[in-house]
Each structure stands twice: as C-alpha cells, then as structure tokens.
Write a protein that binds this ligand. Sequence first.
Ligand code: ADP
Length: 459
Amino acid sequence: MKVLFATAELAPLVKVGGLADFSAGLVGALRAKGVDVDIVLPDYGDLALVPADQQQLDVPDWAGPATIRQGTLGGVEVSLVAVPAMARPHPYLDADGRGWPDNEPRFLAFSMAVAVWATMTSPDVIHLNDWHTGATLGFLDDPPPSVLTIHNLAYQGATSGDRLESFLRRSDAYDREGVTNLLAGAITLADRVVTVSPTFAAESLEPETGFGLGELLEARGEAFSGILNGIDTDFWNPATDLHLDQHYDIESLDNKREVSRSLVAELGWEPNGEPLIGMVTRLTDQKGVDLALEATSILDDVGARMVLLGSGDRSLADAARRVADQAGDRFAFRDGYDEGLAHRIFGGSDLYLMPSRFEPSGLTQMQAMRYGSIPVVTDVGGLHDTVTDADDFPTEGNGFVADEVSGPAIRDALERAVNSWRNPSRRAEIIRRGMSRDWSWDAPADLYNDVYSEITSVH
Ligand code: ADP
C-alpha cells in the first residue's frame, strides 16, 4: 500500500499544535506496520533536509515555481515542497499571533503542488489533513482513493477571493454560497472523511457544534466517522524523557516527586506540599484559557498552585500576565512555545487543567495521564472519549470532568480533584489508571489502515 500523506505540520520540527503530533505519530506507526507512506510537507524556509534529491513540479504560474526535495528531516523521510508563498517564519501566524492575510492562496499553491506530485507518483491512497490540503482533490481530474482527516472544524480556509475559485476544477464542491471553502470542498470530494474522536464526530453533526458544516458532514453518512488520536509513547515517556532530570514509571512514582520539586524551583518557588496544576496550550478561545484564569481565584482557598505555558493570542497572554502579577507564588505564566518546559510540566504537575470549549481530540490530556498528572477537563469531544470522572465512576475514573463549560463547573471539578489528590491511596489509583492505559498509535493506525483497505477495494 502506497500512501501520499499531505500535511502542513510534522513534529518535532514543524509544530504548531496537535496536527504535527498526528502526522509524526500516525505515519511512524503505519510505516512500522509496513505501509509505504510518502509525507509531503511545505518547506517554510529553514528546514535542513539530507540528502536533497530535487525535482521540478510542473505547476501553473500562480503557484510556482515549485520544487520537491526528498530526503530525511530529523531522521524521518519526507518530501518537502518549496513554493515561494510558503516561506515564512511561522506556518500560519505573524509576529502578533494573527493569521497571515494570504494564508488561503499560500496553501492553495501548496495543494496544487501536492496534486502535481500525486499525478507523478500514482499513490494507492491520498491522505489529506485539514483545509491546508483541502484543494488538492479539486485540482485532480482523476484522484486516487482519498481520505480527509479533520483536525479542527473551526478552521476551514474560507475565502471570498473569486479568483481562487476558478483555479479549482471542481469549484462547485468548494462553493458555499459564493464563498470558497477549502475544507467543505474536501469533505464533499474525499472518499472517506475522518475526524479525530468519535464524540467530536457526533458533535460535528449538530447545528450548534458543527461550525456550519454539520449538514454537509451528515450527507456523507457512513463515509464520515471518528478515530481517536494516539500519542507517540516513545517520545512521551517519563521513563526516558531527556527533558526530565529524573525518570519514573508506574512502579517508581517517588521519582516524580523529584521532577515536581525541580519544576517548582524552575518557577522560582519554594516547595510547600501543595498540588501543582499544569496547563500547556495554544492561547485561543477554544482552549478556555479565560476560564482557567478565572479558576485561579480558588487556588488560595483549595491550597494549590498552577503553571500555564501558552503561546498565541496576545490579549490572552496579556490577561495571563496580569493574573500572574497579582498571584504571587500561586500562579505562574510562561509565554511562548517551549517543548522542554511542556515536558517538565507534564512530569512535574499533579493535576492537569484543560477546560476546552470544544476539543476535536486533544493530546495534552493524554500526555498528562502518561506522565501521571490527573486531568481536569470539560466534557467535550475527545476529552469525553479519554477522561472518566473518578467521583462518578469510582472504580474506573482517571480524572475529573466538569459537567458544563462554565467557570463554576470548572472550579467545582478542580476542587474535587484537589480533594481527591489529598487522599494518597485514591490518588495512586487514579494515576495508575491513566498511566497504564495504552495511549499509543498502534490501535488508531490499524483503524486508518482499515480505511485505506476499504477505499482501495471499492474504488
Ligand atoms: P491543539 O492541536 O488544538 O493545539 P492538542 O492538545 O491536540 O491541541 O495538541 C497540542 C500539542 O502541542 C501537544 O503536543 C502539546 O504538548 C503541544 N503544545 C501546545 N502548546 C504548547 C506550548 N506553548 N509549548 C510547547 N508545546 C505545546
């Protein structure tokens, strides 16, 4: 089976969020199972590929000139597509955290190059990810069997540029009442549409939570489903993690206390025996960062401390900084994207807060559980599929779930979590359930493989 896998991100070198982890994790697991996967990634300008076997791609003038280089990037075989529009310091955002104004035409050019590459290489399956690659099928007269994975329904690549519409052979599929919608087109044209958790798939069909695409997804019937993401359990492994100064597993949790002590010292605080709540996130409305900041008001009363690492929206970063300035050593904010600190927060925190308004899959709650940090989450999307409330389900709970997306419900869940954490045997049991579950890509990769087999057998 030969799969062309087109993505805007690939961990660890080109990473903004979970899409990067998905690409690295799923492709790694598929390759380990013998699937021949060609990862096609945009060249944002500074990626050192070795060795570089370069070919021209015969794209129209508006998209080019385009070249593709095949080689190894950080030990992983990739095909890097260079088109002038893609070379930027950040894949999507300017220095103020706003989207580049020409993001749609940029990714149209990338998708055009992917389409040309597909005609040159004749894969058995083409696997697209999110709106960035959504135009690819519209550029192909006779596309191979195709899968689209939707990582975030909120980002659709919608643009009113009529010029763009005329570039697409199947522009009817991309037209949403006069607006070109690159995700909608791919939803219509792909043989299978998958989103990243079963609960988010169900939510996507509802008018309030479908981001305007619910009916379109509903029309795909059984061709639309959810497959829960995994995490790379070799990379996310507290027993070997190079970012931690002590290592531990489920049998040696005492060492986790050392990791916590180091993190507290890194934050400039004295140890005080209270639980530490961690949060690692993009700063966007989706992630409920404002709700988390609001919840810091109970830290004094419940006796807990909190650290937030986040990058993105300036106004949320400013708000977090203001709260931290007032909070002394109750709440710390670290502004930016910091892989090492993220690992130390998963390793050093006791509880992990994720109050998302919506969450297609969510990876950080799984990363937290893998590192023995107990998740406190809202009951949405992939959070619903991974976290079970330990008060409601005492024999199987692995975390705490707020019963609605609201400040009071999140504060209540946090308070319940802190109270349970104070009971050592209960705490150990909840941590054990989170750490012992298989969060790896093994099972999800089998499900994707089944999808590939289905679409190639009926095509
Ligand atoms: P999303 O893809 O919506 O941002 P996910 O939870 O699915 O959210 O995945 C986010 C990924 O990015 C995780 O691997 C997480 O550890 C990482 N991450 C998010 N924010 C940061 C940050 N500020 N610094 C380092 N890593 C981060």
